[in-house]
Design a protein around this ligand. Structure first.
Ligand code: FNR
Length: 366
């Protein structure tokens, strides 16, 4: 593992190892993949403004998320079907999160079940990502199982009335390999994804089974069936953030689904300030994912008001390269880079990182 010094090293190694269909599925964004690039580029357009000689006697990355203490403001976003990356899939990922003291979010369409993940990482802070199926009984059972298994929150994905167009998946006629199944389901719901036809098998699965008539009323329904806090995952507008809070969400995850839904939407770091401003008078935590691949990216998101960031693909690269050890390596790289950033920027604790620590590059070109 020593040879991996940065997230890009893990990405390069993982993409060399993965079979083409899985690699393309993990990597790709929607249509022209403009926003996919922007999720990263937009971080580069922000500058950190360090404070000198602040006297660093200690530094601390700990923070508290919905009442749970975590060792750093970085968590793992839900990504589907992790056993394509490594035979242990989600169970290796949650073990890494547990060992590193960070949040792990399990996808609804995972290749390890809610119960398997709970058993693998009993002490990890686990969130369950929910897709709402047309069949509300199926949906309700998922939520009940997550609650019973000790998951701490439901991340409701709100940006997916239908699946985005991912050209590589269409070309590859992407489906889950036959030896794997969607482990949270029995019968045809666990294997229907194998059926092939025109284009992406995953898109067929999602577009047939997920409910696209959803409105904010569904949050109220969710709240009536679970006591777990609900996080709205996929918000890019201030007015939607307000609707989410007013519907009862305890957290907002500013996300464009890893640029996989609609191309041409803003980079998440660009959308963050609008959301922070809109909910500033509400009691709600705001997080961000999308394109985070370094300690300075994390720092910039925290400076613009995020309470925490999540990473999706970086965890898949770590998982591919080395299972649990690979994901731990990925988290270790981000932790070290963030520790350096905090100290050299002169803001040794997470609470010291204020809005003025970051400026847009345009301020330097006048
Ligand atoms: C995702 N994402 C996602 N989101 C979700 O709510 N449910 C899911 O099942 C998945 N599955 C999924 C698979 C893959 C391969 C990717 C890359 C992404 C989106 C994910 O939670 C997150 O928003 C992004 O991955 C964050 O961007 P980065 O960190 O990958 O750039």
């Amino acid at each position: 593992m020593e040879k991996y010094i940065c997230i890009k090293d893990l990405e390069d190694a993982a993409t060399a190892l993965l079979p083409k269909a899985a690699r393309d599925y993990y990597k790709s964004g929607a249509t022209d993949e403009f926003t996919l690039g922007e999720n990263k580029n937009a971080f580069q357009r922000l500058r950190i403004r360090p404070k000198c000689l602040v006297g660093i006697s200690h530094f601390d990355l700990h923070t508290t998320i919905l009442g749970e203490r975590v060792t750093m403001p970085v968590g793992i976003s839900p990504t589907a079907m992790q056993r394509m990356a490594h035979p242990d899939g989600e169970t290796a990922n949650v073990k890494a999160a547990q060992a590193e003291g960070v949040i792990y979010t399990l996808s609804t369409i995972s290749t390890s079940s809610i119960e398997e993940v709970a058993e693998a990482g009993p002490n990890a802070v686990k969130w369950f990502q929910l897709y709402i199926y047309n069949d509300r009984e199926i949906t309700k059972r998922l939520v009940m199982r997550a609650e019973k298994a000790g998951f701490k929150a439901i991340a409701l994905t709100v940006d997916t009335p239908i699946f985005g167009l991912r050209r590589a998946d269409v070309r590859n006629k992407f489906t889950l390999p036959r030896h794997l199944k969607l482990a949270n389901f029995e019968g045809h719901l666990s294997t229907k994804i194998h059926s092939t036809g025109e284009g992406s098998g995953l898109s067929h699965y999602v577009n047939n089974l997920f409910d696209k008539t959803l409105t904010w009323d569904e949050v109220k329904w969710l709240k009536s069936i679970t006591k777990l806090p609900i996080i709205a995952k996929g918000i890019l507008r201030g007015d939607d953030a307000v609707k989410a809070v007013e519907a009862g969400c305890a957290g907002i995850l500013v996300s464009n689904h890893g640029a996989r839904q609609l191309d041409g939407v803003p980079a998440t770091i660009e959308a963050l300030p609008e959301v922070i401003e809109a909910v500033k008078n509400y009691n709600v935590e705001v997080y961000l994912d999308g394109g985070v691949s370094s300690g300075t990216d994390i720092y910039k998101a925290l400076a613009l008001g995020a309470k925490m960031v999540f990473v999706g693909r970086p965890a898949l690269w770590g998982l591919t390269v080395g299972g649990e050890a690979g994901v731990r390596k990925m988290l270790g790289i981000l932790r070290k880079e963030l520790e350096y950033t905090l100290q050299i920027a002169g803001t040794p604790t997470v609470d010291d990182i204020t809005r003025d620590m970051v400026r847009h590059e345009s301020a330097y070109s006048r």
